[in-house]
Each structure stands twice: as structure tokens, then as C-alpha cells.
Design a protein around this ligand. Structure first.
Ligand code: X90
Length: 276
């Protein structure tokens, strides 16, 4: 059996036509641990965080979580959030090594996506499509890696507080935000780090800047996946702007699960797209 497994920052819990499993991260705030699985309500998480002024943080999946997810499959594709911002990839690689000792015939490939959310969704969908074509495990891995080099991620956040509090962006970068009405537009760099690209004021200008960066990066009507932290209006308006230029584009909108809701914060929008 083949299986695609991704950490919960991919924001998907199922994938058409294949066996898919999400492995949960954890969000910690004071006494409370929020496990980022299907039972987590991101709305409740965001409300709780808004009312909680202490320190909060996150934790990557344990080695055991991965081992349990591997069970029963013999061709396994693992997708993780960028290794530059999380221990998730290292934990998956360690689990792979342990698992292969007792299951030497199992094939496991770990993709460090150097990204998160919608770009992980695109890669998972691509792997499912390559598998449906009947290609071998190694060829799927090779083509999936090539595909990953043609997808990109942009995101707009109203606050970088949680990213800065947890050392995922510098305090200097974060300090520039937090001013009312200012949004920071950033991208996932080719090294898998957060790279701020522009400060925007106002909804329309932020959307226009995002569309411009997407076009400048080489978007020509391919797939787009938009994930948002309780901001369906901004996600919908972005999709509409892209459809004005590319009416046939395959665009899907999904709400963020817990991990991305925590870091993107309420109102954040993350977009992944193809340049092929
Ligand atoms: O290991 C852990 O505790 C998880 C740490 C995750 C840190 C970053 C999460 C970012 C989520 C925010 C915008 C997209 C960032 C792009 C990355 C290159 C969403």
C-alpha cells in the first residue's frame, strides 16, 4: 500500500484517490495543549490565544507519531514543513531510520518542502497524480522534487508576533509590523526561510501587491491553493483577481488548521502556486 503523510501544517486531512494521513503538531499556551488534528477548532484556538497573554509555542510531531503513521504501508511519501523553521523534518528522518531497521523492504522518502501549507498541498496532489500514472517510487520522488522547484509560497500577515516570539523571524523584522492597517507580505525563500518582501497598507493595496508578486514570480494560470486564518473574504478576493487574468485557473481555498492559524494569526493568508 502507498501512503502520503504530511505534518498538520499542510492544512489537509484527506486527498482524493490515495491514502493520506496528517501527523499533528502541537500548539502550547499556558496550561493548554492543542493537538492539531481534526478535533481541533482553529476558531476556538484563535479565541483562546487572543485572551491569553502569556508565552505560547509549538512542538513538532514526535518520532512515535511518525512510526505509527508509517505502519501498514510499503511505499511512503513524507512531506514536512521547512527544516529551517521546525524540527519536523529531522523528527521524520529519524523515524524513517528507526522504521527501516525493522522494515527493510519499506520505501520511505522524506521531502523537506522548504515551505508549508498550500505549497505542501500542491506537492501532495502532484505525488498522488504521479502515482495514479503508475510510475515507480523512485521516478515519483524524482519528478516530485522537480515539481517542488516550480512551486512558490507567498503570505500576508497582520502580525508577526507569534513568529517572533518563537524565534522564527527576527525581532527587527517583526517590529516593523503591528502598526494598525499595515500588512507584511513575505515569501518562502529558496532556502526555506521567511523573507519579507513588502509592507502594504490597506486591503486592496495588499491584494494588488500579492497578485503582482505572484505574476512576477512567473505564475501563468497553473494551480493555486489559498489557505487562510479566518479570512475567507481576502482569500476569495485574491482568487477572483487571479481568475480575472486566468479564467481557467484551478484555484482552491481552504481554512488553515491549527499550526498555520497560530503562526499566520487571525486574518493571515497563505498562497501556494505553480509556475509551470
Ligand atoms: O516545530 C514547530 O514547532 C513548528 C514551527 C513552525 C514555524 C513556522 C510556521 C509558519 C506557518 C506562516 C507563514 C508561512 C511561513 C513560510 C515558511 C518558509 C505559517
Amino acid at each position: 500500500m502507498m501512503k502520503i503523510i504530511a505534518d498538520s501544517s499542510a492544512n489537509i486531512t484527506a486527498l482524493a484517490g490515495v491514502s493520506y494521513q496528517s501527523v499533528p503538531m502541537t500548539i502550547r499556551a499556558g496550561e493548554r495543549d492543542f493537538v492539531d488534528d481534526e478535533t481541533l477548532d482553529p476558531h476556538e484556538l484563535l479565541d483562546y490565544l487572543a485572551s491569553y497573554s502569556g508565552k505560547s509555542g509549538t512542538a513538532c510531531p514526535s518520532l512515535d507519531c511518525w512510526l505509527r503513521a508509517f505502519e501498514g504501508a510499503d511505499e511512503i511519501f513524507v512531506l514536512t514543513i521547512t527544516s529551517r523553521l521546525s524540527g519536523t523534518c529531522a523528527s521524520a528522518m529519524a523515524a524513517r531510520d528507526v522504521y527501516l531497521q525493522s522494515h527493510p523492504d519499506t520505501k520511505i522518502h522524506v521531502f523537506d518542502t522548504l515551505s508549508t501549507g498550500p505549497e505542501m498541498q500542491l506537492l501532495a496532489e502532484r505525488i498522488a497524480a504521479l502515482y495514479a500514472m503508475g510510475l515507480s517510487f523512485d521516478v515519483i520522488c524524482e519528478k516530485a522534487r522537480e515539481y517542488l522547484a516550480t512551486t512558490h509560497l507567498f503570505f500576508r500577515l497582520k502580525s508577526l508576533h507569534n513568529l517572533a516570539q518563537n524565534g522564527r523571524v527576527s525581532k527587527l523584522t517583526a517590529g516593523a509590523v503591528g502598526i494598525l492597517g499595515i500588512q507584511i507580505l513575505s515569501t518562502a525563500s529558496s532556502e526555506g526561510t521567511i523573507q519579507p518582501v513588502e509592507k502594504c497598507r490597506g486591503e486592496k493595496k495588499t491584494r494588488e501587491a500579492m497578485v503582482q508578486h505572484i505574476l512576477d514570480t512567473g505564475y501563468r494560470g497553473g494551480k493555486v491553493r489559498i489557505h487562510h486564518a479566518e479570512n475567507p473574504d481576502a482569500a476569495g478576493a485574491l482568487a477572483a483577481s487571479l481568475r480575472e487574468r486566468f479564467p481557467e485557473a484551478d484555484i482552491e481555498i481552504l481554512p488553515c488548521a491549527g499550526l498555520c492559524s497560530y503562526y499566520a494569526e487571525r486574518g493571515g493568508v497563505i498562497v501556494g502556486f505553480e509556475t509551470i
